[in-house]
Design a protein around this ligand. Sequence first.
Ligand code: ZN
Ligand code: ZN
Length: 337
Amino acid sequence: MKCAVFHGPGDLRVEQRPTPQIGRNSDVLLRVEAASLCGTDLHILANPPGHPATPGAILGHEYLGEIVDAGNAVEGLQVGDRVVVDPNITCGRCAYCRRGANNLCLNMTTLGIFLDGGFAEYNVAPVQALYPISKQTPLEQAIFAEPLSCVLNSFGQAGLKMGDNVVILGAGPIGLLFLMLFRSGGAGRLGVAEISANRSRLAAVAGADVVWNPRQGDLAAQVKEWSGLGADIVVDSVGSLFAEALKLVRRGGRVVLFGMNSQAAPAVRQYEITRHEISIVGTYIAGRTFPQTVRTLESGRLPLESIVTHRIGLDGIQGILPALQSGEAVEVIIRPE
Ligand SMILES: [Zn+2]
Ligand SMILES: [Zn+2]
């Protein structure tokens, strides 16, 4: 089968490998329907990397597929089912898993980052990672299962109240998903800060009331004028904009951190957080949000199709990376066949 393999910093190669086989009797073999690229993939492929990954692993942690083979111990799912994948495999035994905080698992590993993932024609996944999704759900909805599950976890911790003014930093796929959720969740005004003209346009389509270019003018002053006091909630969807977010939030407001960039180490004035009683919330991956994510996708309630910009094959992955970095591409759907 054809697949895209991580070989080290900045080194992703499309190559041929034998079709994988079920190892444990709780595994299934998936024929990958589609996968998508995300900011984490860019961080993995950056040099120096902003996120670790296992050299030799097939990348792709956002994907869905059809079950074509299943081990003896697989229950509840069967050959022919269409499933989305929660790529984060947790142990179920550690202190955090037993507290219900599975996303803080001490023994977590991830399909498509540390284990083989979905940039391939076939993939072996443990049944615990899979959630069935209706075959009627359009691919342009279903492809968002993994990122939407993460954003739903974060959104839940943002503590939105009806009418809150919200500023989202970044209008990549994650920022745009936040935008859609805050909009349908009852936010008052929604502002987005984004440098790319293309992503700014998509933010407006997806429901932003205003889109600022932080390179043109004083963003903090613009947000203050727009909101009166500053934003009730500021979301850093990029993973490196904590210091900027602190300048935009009102006293008593909340900063929600998302995005994974291990290189980011912004200098912040702790005094501002204390003096103004700012709440800072770190949020990480899906928590237990996959079931509600699947229902949201099946409902078709979010205008997700509007942010799909590219459809490519596996051979096109390397070529699309510059467009993702520049913001010209937003959601890229990869069909392995
Ligand atoms: Zn991702
Ligand atoms: Zn655990």
